[in-house]
Design a binder for this molecule. Structure first.
Ligand code: NDP
Ligand code: PYC
Length: 338
């Protein structure tokens, strides 16, 4: 079959936004959710691109996400700013609070954003990249669903708990890494299931705790943390900081609340922002220039920086458009007709 023509980023954004408006999302929410989904597709992050539309529509149809939630900012002038997503998607809540977080971080050096009661489906690089554009370093994290066994265990308890870090660079894309603390994101296993391909060894166990490369058995069993006990500890930290500490759901509670993995998880999220200029002020050194020495030395060894693949994909998509398969385009057509 012929390869369909590439779709421009703007055209895809308009289509996805239309799908969400038709599904009942408030215009601003539809725009923010479409924006992150299309950015995922643009940057060739397929596990959090248009494949996620179906999951968003399912959670909307089940009445488990508020389509017209208006994020409520709670800013009492302290270092911790809160935004209540009101059971809506996380992305509109983040964008509603971003400028307050940037301003507070600039004045105090260190500030946190607590996102309460949100439906979370997206990658986290959106948050840290947006803050790096303002010259800030940041960490973003959230629980998800209990899909992952702690190192040494066999039963799902931890989430795939993503963790992202952003660092600003002068005249270049920021340094960004964004990782699931499981060996791979759950979305990657689902994409293997759909394609009928095995998952790599070392990603998951079946329901009896045996290693498996069968995506179905993996989805019914338990995923593994990256780096064994190290990933397990980082994942536990994320449960504690962005679940227990915020008084929001941890991954096990999120799963119990939704009653199954068919629907996206509802929980909180934490973003910590730091202004390197404030931290380094008394040192007389330029933190960005210092950072640059390290980053260029890494690249100088021929190593690739995290997000380099993603930024290259972005440049390609912006230049040539986004290549979608016929099946993906047909699915968008079906969503538009719903
Ligand atoms: P990957 O393992 O594909 O990539 C993780 C990071 O490592 C990326 O920043 C990537 O950059 C970088 N990287 C990959 N290969 C290399 C390399 N050879 N050298 C240097 N850097 C490299 O992603 P994951 O499967 O861990 O996670 C995928 C996404 O899933 C994340 O965006 C995460 O936020 C999301 N997620 C969301 C969850 C949620 O609850 N909302 C839950 C779990 C995951 P690059 O992109 O350029 O390849
Ligand atoms: O890919 O693991 C994942 C995931 C869970 C929630 C959103 N993405």
């Amino acid at each position: 079959m012929d390869q369909p023509d590439p779709v421009s980023v703007e055209a895809l954004l308009a289509r996805v936004e239309r799908i969400f408006v038709k599904a009942g999302l408030r215009a601003e929410n539809a725009r923010d959710v479409a924006r992150v989904i299309v950015a995922g597709e643009r940057d060739n992050c397929k596990s959090h691109g248009i494949y996620r539309i179906e999951g968003c529509l399912r959670v909307l149809a089940a009445g488990k996400v508020s389509p017209d939630a208006v994020p409520q900012l709670v800013d009492q002038g302290k270092s911790v700013i809160e935004v209540d997503a009101g059971g809506g998607f996380s992305n509109p809540a983040f964008y509603a609070a971003k400028n307050a977080l940037v301003d507070r971080t600039r004045s105090t050096g260190l500030a946190a954003l607590v996102i309460r009661d949100c439906l979370h489906f997206s990658a986290l690089w959106h948050d840290v990249e947006a803050l790096a554009q303002h010259g800030l370093a940041s960490l973003s994290m959230c629980p998800s669903y209990a899909f992952v066994a702690p190192a040494g265990g066999t039963q799902p308890l931890l989430g795939t708990n993503p963790f992202a870090f952003g660092w600003p660079r002068k005249g270049d894309d920021p340094y960004v890494f964004d990782i699931a603390t499981s060996v791979a994101a759950r979305g990657e296993i689902e994409l293997h299931r759909r394609a009928g391909t095995p998952i790599p060894e070392g990603w998951a166990m079946d329901g009896d705790g045996n290693p498996t490369t069968d995506p179905e058995a993996a989805l019914d069993g338990a995923m593994l943390t990256f780096g064994g006990h190290k990933g397990s500890a980082i994942s536990t930290m994320i449960e504690l900081l962005s679940g227990a500490m915020l008084g929001e759901f941890m991954s096990k509670e999120a799963l119990d609340f939704m009653g199954g993995t068919d629907l996206l998880p509802r929980h909180g999220a934490l973003v910590l922002a730091m202004d390197p200029q404030v931290f380094a002020a008394r040192s007389g050194r330029d933190p960005i220039a210092q950072g640059e020495m390290l980053l260029s030395a890494i690249a100088g060894q021929g190593a690739r920086l995290p997000s380099q693949r993603r930024f290259q994909a972005r440049a390609r998509s912006l230049r040539d458009g986004i290549l979608l398969t016929r099946a993906e385009l047909d699915q968008l057509d079906r969503f538009e007709r719903l």
